[in-house]
Ligand binder design. Structure first.
Ligand code: BTN
Length: 255
């Protein structure tokens, strides 16, 4: 990316036209030793992956479909913090570049006016109980027109262009994202998770809401009260008992 003044994030870019998924290519690149900060970007994905085994709609030319390799030296239980950090960096970039008011829905979805504009998918590669690398996939509906969303997404998805009324310059957006991400990441590696936690909570759609949480094992209802120091969501049930939620689908009740 021409003129990008970061130290590592975005300094190596593998750009493709059509791929199955940038996640797969980023895993291959990481295994071959591509350095931290390498981005794999595609114009279109034929098999875009979402969380929990879902598909991610990734049509040609209108989105930002990218995967980033990072190699943080952190314990494995702290890797979800990197997802929260990424969501904060994307939210900040969106706010800075388009002025729209964005909210983060735990742990990793970015919403504008109740509709999803971005998802983050973090995949861990560990070796001998250590983080070898993470592939952080970021899918942003940048310039998708309302009519171009498939029927089933029309009520639940939106794009930056729809919400801001202007076309997003995708290269510029990625450049700004790299800067913002690197600043957050460097701060995180030096000083820990506190700042991200505060920033995440400040633009959270989840905190304060009554939610239903479905995990593979159970279902839980309560108010989302905050993140703990590890980045785990804390839910307080009607009886006042606190529960930690690591990875789940969160649905929102009326109050
Ligand atoms: C989600 O909200 O479920 C996460 C969506 C992540 C989509 C991005 S697009 C770039 C990268 N490549 C993929 O196949 N998925 C991620």
């Amino acid at each position: 990316i021409a003129g990008l003044d970061t130290k590592r994030i975005g300094q190596h870019v593998l750009a493709y036209d059509t791929v199955v998924s940038t996640q797969l290519l980023a895993h291959e690149a990481a295994a071959k030793g591509m350095p931290e900060g390498t981005l794999v970007i595609a114009e279109q994905q034929t098999g875009g992956k979402g969380r929990l085994g879902r598909a991610w709609h990734s049509p040609k030319g209108t989105g930002i479909w990218m995967s980033m390799i990072v190699r943080p030296v952190i314990p494995i239980p702290k890797t979800p913090q990197m997802t929260l950090l990424t969501a904060v960096a994307v939210a900040k970039t969106m706010q800075q570049e388009t002025g729209v008011d964005v909210k983060i829905k735990w742990p990793n979805d970015i919403f504008i006016g109740g509709k999803k504009v971005c998802g983050v998918l973090t995949e861990l590669n560990a070796e001998a109980d250590r983080v070898n690398y993470l592939v952080i996939g970021i899918g942003i509906n940048a310039n998708t027109a309302a009519a171009d969303f498939p029927e089933e997404l029309r009520d639940i998805a939106t794009s930056l262009a729809i919400e801001s009324g202007t076309t997003v310059d995708r290269v510029r957006f990625i450049q700004q994202f790299c800067r913002i991400f690197e600043a957050e990441y460097d701060h995180y590696l030096r000083h820990g998770f506190d700042r991200i936690k505060t920033e995440w909570e400040a633009c959270s759609y989840t905190i304060g809401r009554w939610v239903t949480v479905k995990t593979i094992h159970s279902e839980l209802e309560g108010r989302a009260v905050g993140l703990d120091e590890e980045g785990v969501l804390i839910i307080e049930d009607a009886a006042g008992a606190r529960h930690k939620v690591y990875s789940a689908d969160v649905n929102y009740g009326a109050n």
